[in-house]
Write a protein that binds this ligand. Structure first.
Ligand SMILES: [Zn+2]
Length: 502
């Protein structure tokens, strides 16, 4: 039977994003849902529990529109990596994981997100050579145990990175060609069958941990495979998420392979729709943005990752001009080496400003906060349940300590959330009416025991993946010579100019 326990949150200041203010207001919660928001003294049943939020700024939980749970055991393993070098490093930094390791890496990230004011995420997780019910069950259980809402999508492909980039295999010596051969993925029918089983047997409460489907990158997938993924997602009514035009090399490969941009191709084969999320979209042109908007799709904007990997800065102002829904994410901890959504807010602002001096084109702090709450909620498929503090929405709330130095003084809560807060003022976090973080600590979690377990796992995986590390070291110079070269294709000079003129 559903929990109908009532809680009344009193004396807190509730953020009004558009109003740039945070008036005193009370919040009545029934079970996991907000029943009423009203002025101080809001009526509540006698048996309701009272939560005193004096000196707290309450904002809707931030929602991470794009991450990779498998990255949390790999944080800090790379420096000066492009996206293509990160993909080359994958067998080393994410290889040989047991189901228990998959649980651990996901759980660490879930705790980090909660402790840094995030209450839901879209996780594209990976298993080699194909997804398994045990692996996805481990990821789902990690989120359920931590109490973070998540959409969990197995990231699948039919081609390896080396098969996906035309000409790359040809620059590898014969010995290395044989070595990368053994990275082969499962036949696509096997991946589809495994995902079908996962979607049929999903045992978690879908309002807390929901499955989805993630063909990883269009040119890593045959058209037949992409279409099969979309059919599967639509048959089960779940989300569809893929990396789209993230790096310049990707868009050039797409143009070579399809004779059009990857987004134009995805439209032609029927992938785009309101359930579709394009991660990154750094190299979308104006027509691509319009295509995504016309189909009611979303973009997951990950400005920290885009800068770290040297991919550039997405044209978010153009996306908003074209009424394209934008959510904000961190990306995985292996390419944006923490899971701090407050940093993503700030980097989203800085990135928009760094495109040029025309302040009319800069993102406003309220636009960034809407993207990281309601925008991300829509990308996750929870548009009418998450991302707002309002009647009928889930009680996913963050309580910031207004006596923390970040808030001394509080001049403008909307601006300060984007430009000042860094996660250190997060005092408490509630997900679905349940407190998950109190007084800066995740409830019921022994962080030092977790650290010991992670260290033992790190050592074991480091030994298991030693040969994959050697393989990466042999490949990195060749990949790094080839892919940036690809990205210098002269065809794109005009497109490049047009990109930066927007
Ligand atoms: Zn990603």
């Amino acid at each position: 039977m559903a929990d109908k326990h009532m809680t009344i949150v009193r004396n807190g200041r509730v953020l009004d994003i558009n109003g740039h203010r945070a008036p005193l207001a009370d919040i009545l919660i029934k079970g996991d849902t907000i029943a009423e928001v009203g002025p101080p003294g809001l009526a509540a049943p006698d048996d309701a529990s009272m939560l005193d939020a004096t000196d707290r700024l309450i904002h809707p939980g931030l929602i991470n529109a794009h991450t990779h749970g498998h990255g949390n055991l790999s944080k800090g393993m790379g420096d000066r990596w492009t996206l293509e070098l990160l993909l080359t490093a994958a067998p080393w930094i994410s290889g040989n994981r047991s189901a228990e390791d998959k649980y651990l890496t996901t759980y660490i990230g879930a705790l980090e997100m909660l402790m840094k004011g995030c209450t839901a995420c879209y996780d594209l997780t990976v298993e080699f050579p194909q997804p398994t019910p045990e692996g996805l069950g481990a990821c789902g259980k990690a989120y359920a145990d931590a109490g973070l809402r998540a959409v969990v999508a197995p990231m699948v492909a039919s081609h390896t990175f080396y098969e996906a980039i035309p000409g790359l295999l040809d620059v590898l010596p014969a010995g290395l060609q044989r070595d990368v051969e053994r990275l082969k993925l499962a036949p696509f029918e096997a991946s589809i069958a495994a995902m079908r089983q996962v979607l049929s047997d999903w045992c978690f409460d879908r309002e807390l941990v929901c499955p989805a489907v993630a063909p990883t990158i269009p040119h890593h997938c045959s058209d037949e495979f992409m279409v099969a993924c979309a059919q599967l997602a639509r048959e089960f009514g779940v989300g569809l998420h893929t990396h789209v035009q993230e790096s310049k090399a990707q868009v050039i490969v797409g143009l070579k392979k399809y004779g059009k941009t990857p987004t134009a191709h995805l439209q032609d084969i029927g992938l785009l729709g309101p359930d579709f999320v394009a991660a990154h979209g750094v190299w979308l042109d104006a027509d691509d943005i319009q295509r995504l908007s016309d189909h009611g799709a979303s973009v997951a904007h990950n400005p920290g990752s885009n800068m770290l990997l040297g991919n550039g800065i997405a044209a978010v102002r153009t996306m908003l001009d074209r009424k394209l829904n934008v959510g904000i994410g961190t990306d995985g901890a292996s390419c944006c080496d923490n899971q701090n959504m407050y940093e993503s807010l700030r980097v989203a602002a800085y990135g928009s400003n760094a495109r040029g001096p025309d302040t009319d084109r800069w993102l406003k702090s309220e636009e960034i906060l809407h993207a990281a709450t309601a925008g991300s909620a829509r990308a996750l498929g929870f548009a009418d349940k998450l991302g707002r503090i309002a009647k009928g929405y889930k009680a996913d709330l963050v309580f910031l300590d207004l006596s923390h130095v970040n808030w001394i003084p509080c001049n403008d809560p909307t601006n300060q959330l984007v430009h000042t807060e860094d996660g250190s003022a997060v005092h408490s976090v509630m997900v679905g009416g349940k407190m998950r973080v109190v007084n800066r600590r995740p409830l019921g979690v022994d962080l030092s025991a977790l650290a010991k377990k992670a260290e033992a796992t790190r050592e074991r995986l480091s030994a298991l993946n030693a040969s994959n590390k050697v393989l990466f070291e042999r490949l990195q110079g060749l990949v790094n010579g080839f892919c940036p070269g690809l990205a210098k294709t002269p065809y794109h000079i005009d497109r490049l100019a047009a990109h930066y003129a927007r």
